[in-house]
Design a protein around this ligand. Sequence first.
Ligand code: SF4
Length: 432
Amino acid sequence: MAPSWGPEDGGPDPNPTAPQGAVDADLVLINTCSVRQTAENRAWGRIDHFAARKRDLAGQGRRLAIVVTGCMAERMKREIKERQGAVDYVVGTFQKQAFGLVLDAVEQGRELGEVEESPAFVFAKSYYEPGAFRSFVPIMHGCDNYCSYCIVPYLRGHEVSRDPADILEEIDRLEDQGVRELTLLGQNVNSYRWVGGGGAKLDFPGLLRLVSEHLRGRKAGGIRWIRFLTSHPKDLSEDVIRVIAEDPLYCRHVHLCVQSGSDRVLAAMNRKYSRRDYLDLVGRMKTAISGLSLSTDILVGFPGETDEDLELTLDLMREVGFSYSFMYHFNPRSGTPAADMALRIADKVKRERLARVIALQKQMSVELMASRIGATAEVLIESVSRRKTTELLGRTHRDEMVVFPAAAARVGEFATVRLRSLKGNTFVAEEL
Ligand code: SF4
């Protein structure tokens, strides 16, 4: 048995141990993320936990192989084994073809030796989790944007777009397995650009249309909603706006990372758009796409950020009216230009600024949700509520959580509901 964890991000790992299942495992796969230091800290917690477990098992005459993969494995390679000698195999993101070799080596209890790096990123065949009604479909990998605070381009390399035939094949498989909602995934989906053997080109709006036509042609009717993540404001074209406006397969929710409302800070972040560019884009999207909801990422406390810059960010948030935001404060990531920037903001000030951003977002989210009471909405039912087994949890195409009474057998179906009231960040609804 080979349990796997990660990648994930967040604060210190509350539980570096693992779910039941690791107890009997003879191979543990630790899938790491390196985007933030906290994610690496968590991974180290797990690596050290399993190193101790491996020593215990060795005392009982049993073996445990520890395999570390993902971004941190790609970034640190040899360093991981130097720091924790109990790790058996380190498999970087460009060595995924080596998993078969790793399993053979574990089974035969021998060293793996050097594994060659693949010259190009290889997309996994499927990310499907059995039983899931929603699934992710990677369409590209890597990033060429080099935002000054971000380590992703150094870890994952240049943008690589996935063969559309491969994407459609995976989508067919997912639809046949009962998936109802897809999210097309990439660091910057809007810069998807496939160049085929004969020179044929396909850009992101072209891919959206291709996927939509393909699903309609299949007539299976299983997948009814498609989302995409993440959108960089400098690359979201008028053509993409047109597709969302005209094609009901595409959900009317876009996660459009802004990071800051100050031109000075945006330039220092190397985001390649201005506050005006962002607001103009949002204006065009809202005009073209009725019922659109927008969410974003906000990064406060960037080196040199002043109180006035923060006010500009708060002001932009109010002007756009994000339904939710992922908010965080700057932490230097070694190897990025921002890590060496002067005018660092004191931790206390960063925390205060973050608290102001979070407070505003909370207030806006509640106001926006309150304005939706009484509206009808279609939801994809995702699960039975953990609090009340007679209620089901679903999500609207605007990415709003909804709870309403219905039978558990309905999970995986679509339902039309009326939004009646609010409970925290969730709508309480009744089925129509
Ligand atoms: S676009 Fe996103 S992934 Fe790419 S460098 Fe900027 S923050 Fe990182």
